[in-house]
Design a protein around this ligand. Sequence first.
Ligand code: IP8
Length: 259
Amino acid sequence: MKSQLLLMKLGGSVITHKDKPLSPNFKVIKDLSHTLASIQMPLVLVHGGGSFGHYWSVKYKMHSKPDCYDLHGISIVHQSMIALNEIIVDSLIKEGTNPYAVTPSTFTNGLRPIISKIEELRTIAKGGILPITFGDVVHVSRQNYSILSGDSIMTILAKVLVPSKTIFTVNVDGLYKDMKNAEIIREIDNATYKSIEFSKILTDVTGGMRRKIKEAFKIASSGMDVLLVNGLKPERILNAIDGIDIDCTVIRGIKTRSR
Ligand code: IP8
């Protein structure tokens, strides 16, 4: 059953200047924090790596595939995500929310969810705390580590929490049909999804959209609608929560027949 809970990801391209290493977008972080402070519903937040985690992951050749990566790289990538998280948490506190940062390794075992720890995030969110986690490098097994993206974390959390609303904020208005006319796809169903040429999309929109859509579809396959909303226009987030029609892309929840 869906619970009164909002699950939201702050995209790395929204909260950082993605083309400038290690540069947070302080203005956007402040505006988003201000907006999030006005949300009445219990909220669980995830954020991406942007020019922090991705910058170092590339330098140390780390990917979302478990492997024996450079040990120094593991520390540097993790620490860069802690640093970005701290900036966001500080901003959220200044704007009057009560964030509580949790690394993904507190609710995952390797890449698998720890259901009881995820349920705990719901409990603390309902009590007025704002749990916030982030894409990170995680230990998988033996000496193998992996990058666990915030998008995958969204799926892990959504499958357990079954939120009433799931929002991915991005730095564009949604998924573009055609960049020339900046026309967005307002709604994607299974048939549209299959017809999308992802290679085209990859060249058309900021990186990571392909995986985002893939994760959004995994979430939608459990019957939940997923929204891609422009995080650079925070008022849209509030409208989306209120069910007001906004420019965004909706990935429709696929209702499976109950047995
Ligand atoms: O930006 C990536 O998270 P994402 C996190 O959500 C790291 O893909 C460490 C690169």
